[in-house]
Design a protein around this ligand. Structure first.
Ligand code: C5P
Length: 215
């Protein structure tokens, strides 16, 4: 069974997807990490994230693996390197190219093949797993989302101005919502949950209850 959780950044998707996978005994797939990997390699190799051909070549070449919470590229642990602000911004740029998306969508389907999986991203319910057994779309107030990201970056020792974060978040949302291929939107059969003011356990309880009804 596949469970999809889509939505914009900062809505608590990752925490919810991880927690739900653990409660259900499913695998967890963080597809955002895959776009981040392509962005990181672009920046490392001086390929402009807007360069569709260059970014697509990288997406076809890199071998991405997950072990627990960690992300590996060609065997190297890049879990922290893919969470920096420059990589975050570049990720939503590389995500606009069809060549990048095709390569990563193929990898996502391979990673989930034959495994009960909770898969998290922007297009999991609409494009990658249209037949998923349970689909969720998480939303939250933009200011609360920026505050959550601020806290997360502070915990990583990165201090970023909250207004700058809000602007970056808006730019990222715009790119995700407006892109031609696989734009951010709920699947017709997705359950939308506004997580504003909810703590992670409350979100998890709601998701788990819906999933248990389908299992
Ligand atoms: O979820 P996360 O913030 O790690 O995703 C980074 C970026 O990757 C997003 O801003 C989005 O542009 C892109 N993405 C995507 N499709 C997915 C997952 C992430 O376009 N399934």
């Amino acid at each position: 069974m596949i469970v999809t959780i889509d939505g914009p950044a900062g809505t608590g998707k990752s925490t919810a997807a991880r927690g739900l996978a653990s409660r259900l005994g499913f695998e967890f797939l963080d597809t955002g990490a895959m776009y981040r990997v392509v962005a990181m390699v672009c920046l490392e190799e001086n390929v402009d994230p807007q360069d569709a051909e260059g970014a697509s070549r990288i997406a076809q070449r890199v071998k991405i693996d997950f072990e627990g919470d960690r992300t590996f590229v060609d065997g190297q642990d890049v879990s922290d390197d893919i969470r920096t602000s420059p990589v975050t911004s570049a990720a939503s740029q590389v995500a606009q190219h069809s060549g990048v998306r095709d390569a990563l969508v193929e990898q996502q389907r391979i990673l989930a093949a034959g495994r009960d999986t909770v898969s998290e991203g922007r297009d999991q319910g609409t494009v990658v797993f249209p037949d998923a057994g349970c689909k969720f779309f998480l939303t939250a107030d933009p200011i609360e989302r920026a505050k959550r990201r601020h806290l997360e970056l502070n915990e990583r020792g990165e201090s970023v101005d909250i207004d700058a974060l809000l602007r970056e978040q808006q730019a990222r949302d715009e790119r995700d919502l407006r892109r031609v291929i696989a734009p951010l939107k709920p699947a017709d059969d997705a359950i939308t949950i506004d997580t504003t003011g909810m703590d992670p356990d409350q979100v998890l309880d709601v998701l788990e209850e819906h999933c248990r009804q389908q299992i």
